[in-house]
Each structure stands twice: as structure tokens, then as C-alpha cells.
Write a protein that binds this ligand. Structure first.
Ligand SMILES: Cc1cc2nc3c(=O)[nH]c(=O)nc-3n(C[C@H](O)[C@H](O)[C@H](O)COP(=O)(O)O)c2cc1C
Length: 217
């Protein structure tokens, strides 16, 4: 693979929330999962577990929980500005796209849940590690997003469904030690993969210690 291809893929893996209902071949879903499980995990535990939802009835149940979570997030942002770096019109566009995804979640061909098998922890460590709990699943999630992009599939990392974890657990019949960390709706995109817009690295990086700016290379 040419080096630039990976960088091009990373630079154009944006959230694709408007997806066609056309089915996605199982072989492609296997390929993105196979990319996911290449990720690192703490002490190589590989405690990721995935649930691929294609059944229309289960998708409807997932969509109902997602919509409940999304309604709470939407209310929160109704009179709140978006991130500082983003113009308000752009932020409102993001909210509209996210609302579209919520409304059309049941029609997305594949709803992929990224879960973790939780490990019992000594209580004194549990509180400290809580902040890091997702660090053994999100690298796999990012691999999956990149693999989707490489295969021409649209996807978005979403976490809204996990706001109602108990309900999602019941819908998916998850055992007690399995928790959800992300839901990736996957399908062929209606629009095009555009470049992602980000604050430049030199504006978010310090050298050696806080306050010393990085010079652009
Ligand atoms: C931790 C996390 C949670 C997110 N949750 C949601 C979500 O619940 N619903 C949604 O539509 N997008 C969600 N997103 C997608 C972000 O809105 C998106 O990555 C961000 O706006 C940048 O968009 P872009 O990659 O298209 O430039 C989430 C992203 C992350 C990293």
C-alpha cells in the first residue's frame, strides 16, 4: 500500500450519517471486524465483543432507545453553542445530520455495537481506571471506521444509545459483564466522503511542557 493512501483515508473518514438502506454484504462486515480486531488493547486482553444487528425488528428497538438518548442530547444543545472553533451554522448542520441519523436509524442496514467484556478490578484501582475504561475498545472502533472508509462504506462513531445502557442491554440480550461503548451505523453513503476539518496540530500541541508551542514541520 502506498503510504499516502492511509493518510488520504484518515483525512476523509468523516461521519457519514445519511446512509442508503441497501444491504451491505456480510463479507465486507467481516472485513471491517477483522480490521477492528487488529487494534491494540491493554495487556493484549482483546476483550472487545461485537454485536452486528441486521434484524429489522431488533434495529427498530435499537432505534427507539437511540432516539430517546438523542432527544436528550438535542435538548441540551438547543440553546448551547457548539465548540469554539466551529461556526454556529456548521454546528447546526452537524446537529441536523445527527437528528437525521436518529430518525432513520432503523433503516440503516447494519448497526454494529462495539462492546467490552468488563474485568473485575480491585476497588482502589477501579475509580482511577474508570476514566480509561474505553481505551481498550476505541482503537478497534477507529480501525473499523477506517476500514469502512477504505471499502466505500459510511459510518459514524455514536455513543447516544449507551446513555440508556440498561435498555440496550435488554434489546441485545447482553450478559452482565458485557457493556456497550459505541454504536456504528454502517451503510453505503448517500453523499460523498469529504475531507475532515480539524484545528491544526500545532494549535493543540505543546513541546516538552505546557505552553511551548509546536512549530509546524
Ligand atoms: C466519543 C464520540 C461520541 C459521538 N457520539 C455521536 C452520537 O451519539 N451521534 C452522532 O451522530 N455522532 C456522534 N459522534 C460523531 C461526532 O459528532 C463527529 O465525530 C464529529 O462531529 C466530527 O465529525 P467529522 O468526523 O464528520 O468531521 C461521536 C463522536 C465521538 C468521538
Amino acid at each position: 500500500m502506498a503510504q499516502h493512501e492511509l493518510f488520504d483515508i484518515m483525512a476523509s473518514t468523516r461521519s457519514m450519517r445519511r446512509l442508503k438502506p441497501d444491504p451491505v454484504p456480510d463479507a465486507l462486515i467481516y472485513q471491517v471486524l477483522d480490521a477492528g480486531i487488529r487494534a491494540p488493547s491493554g495487556t493484549n486482553t482483546q476483550n472487545w465483543r461485537f454485536v452486528v444487528v441486521k434484524d429489522p425488528d431488533i434495529k427498530k428497538q435499537v432505534a427507539a432507545v437511540y432516539q430517546k438518548g438523542w432527544a436528550q442530547v438535542e435538548t441540551m444543545y438547543a440553546d448551547r453553542p457548539g465548540p469554539e472553533h466551529m461556526e454556529d451554522t456548521k454546528f447546526r448542520r452537524l446537529i441536523n445530520a445527527a437528528a437525521y441519523l436518529a430518525q432513520n436509524m432503523a433503516e440503516v442496514p447494519v448497526l454494529l455495537f462495539a462492546c467490552l467484556k468488563e474485568r473485575p478490578m480491585p476497588p482502589e484501582l477501579a475509580a482511577r481506571l474508570a476514566r480509561l475504561s474505553g481505551s481498550s475498545i476505541y482503537p478497534a472502533v477507529q480501525n473499523i471506521l477506517l476500514a469502512c472508509r477504505a471499502l466505500g462504506l459510511g459510518a459514524t462513531l455514536t455513543t447516544v444509545a449507551s446513555l440508556h445502557e440498561e435498555e440496550i442491554r435488554a434489546v441485545l440480550k447482553l450478559p452482565e459483564d458485557i457493556s456497550t461503548y459505541a454504536l456504528l451505523p454502517i451503510g453505503y453513503p448517500m453523499g460523498r466522503f469529504g475531507p475532515v476539518t480539524r484545528v491544526p496540530a500545532e494549535e493543540v500541541t505543546c513541546v516538552d511542557q505546557w505552553g511551548t508551542p509546536l512549530k509546524k514541520g
